[in-house]
Design a protein around this ligand. Structure first.
Ligand SMILES: C[S@@+](CC[C@H](N)C(=O)[O-])C[C@H]1O[C@@H](n2cnc3c(N)ncnc32)[C@H](O)[C@@H]1O
Length: 340
């Protein structure tokens, strides 16, 4: 197959895929009809998913988490964008091999070839493999799974030492991911996005209307790239809006010292803070739960300014009574710029 270009994109394929994704029906069956389908996806929609992965992987690296090694399994791999991002981010030498698995043969074939081209020295296999999985990569699959798909995924999870899992930042997907976090918490340390190991604070009835989501940045200059801008217009996509939900887990007992667990006291900002005259409200998650906290401009002018410009720090440490910060001691940001 000839490499795709912006001029040779197949819009019949892209429109059909987009409709399939938007319908998001569990157990809808295999929708990749050819390698060309997967290639068109990889060139376009998958890149946006890659930008979300960049944000997640950047956060994990900033937090100091590193994979413990072994094999990467990309479950429901599609074109394999997620595992390629993981390998790029941590370095291919950190892993002994890559397995790509999907119920579509076209997807598996494309993902394996793309990984081999990107990482010529890495052993790449198709299928689920056997034995321990060093890092299980799961990306944008949850809303497609029926009961048997869910069981198959659970079998992979049971073999995994760590799990990196990214889903769209919708209410439904976030809530599904939170249920998985809660189900897996007894066996796994929660590395991110949480700053604690306690039950998810979203689960209480008062927080029913909220969901755990974040926003990734597209690569700088994307809005000046006429090919991407034309693509986005034609596909009806806002390039700047990249909401995602994610969870990163490491199995208990794999390492004596688990890297990347934050010191106590940090709160993770969820979504975007709302900014008013003289104060802002940020949905914050810490060991005590999830609550909307007010921050006065006069108490932290720089943080307030950053929030106002859509550049909020993701981590805050201070004192609060569950309603407002009485003191903000520290604020930290995660910047996104991982891949070349
Ligand atoms: C929206 S695509 C995402 C692909 C890729 N993970 C990504 O993030 O770009 C969902 C993928 O999950 C696969 N999938 C859905 N149900 C599955 C199942 N029961 N078993 C294996 N793969 C499945 C689909 O074939 C498709 O490749």
């Amino acid at each position: 197959m000839k490499p795709l270009t912006w001029e040779t994109l197949n819009w019949t394929v892209l429109d059909r895929l987009r409709e399939t994704f938007l319908a998001a029906e569990p157990g809808a069956g295999v929708y990749w009809t050819s390698l060309e389908d997967v290639a068109n996806y990889d060139f376009t929609y998958a890149q946006r998913i890659g930008w979300k992965w960049d944000a997640v992987l950047n956060e994990l690296k900033r937090r100091g988490w590193r994979p413990s090694g072994g094999v990467v399994l990309d479950w429901g791999c599609g074109s394999g964008i997620a595992s390629r991002c993981v390998l790029h981010a941590f370095g291919v030498d950190k892993f002994t091999g890559l397995n790509v698995a999907d119920h579509s043969g076209h997807a598996v074939q494309f993902a394996a070839r793309a990984a081999q081209a990107a990482f010529p020295n890495l052993p790449v296999s198709t299928g689920l493999g056997e034995g321990r999985i060093g890092t299980l990569v799961i990306s944008h699959v949850l809303n497609e799974l029926d009961e048997s798909g869910g069981r198959a995924l659970r079998e992979a999870i049971d073999r995994a030492d760590s799990i990196l899992w990214v889903e769209p930042g919708t209410y439904a997907d976030s809530r599904s991911l939170i249920r998985m976090r809660e189900a897996l918490r007894p066996d796994f340390h929660v590395i991110a996005p949480c700053t604690h190991q306690a039950a998810c604070g979203m689960m209480i009835p008062e927080n029913e209307r909220h969901w755990c989501h974040h926003f990734a940045e597209p690569p700088s200059g994307i809005m000046a790239d006429s090919d991407w801008v034309r693509f986005a217009q034609r596909a009806g996509i806002d390039l700047r809006s990249l909401p995602y939900s994610f969870v990163a887990l490491e199995r208990r007992g794999v390492r004596a010292d688990v890297p990347g667990l934050p010191d106590a006291g940090w709160a993770r900002v969820i979504g975007e803070p709302r900014v008013y005259k003289g104060y802002a409200r940020a949905l914050c998650c810490d060991a005590a739960g999830v609550c909307e906290l007010e921050l006065q401009k006069r108490d932290a002018p720089d943080v307030f300014k950053a929030m106002k410009h859509g550049d909020s720090p993701q981590f805050l440490r201070g004192e609060h009574d569950g309603k407002r910060f009485s003191a903000l001691h520290e604020a930290r940001q995660i910047t996104v710029d991982l891949r070349d």
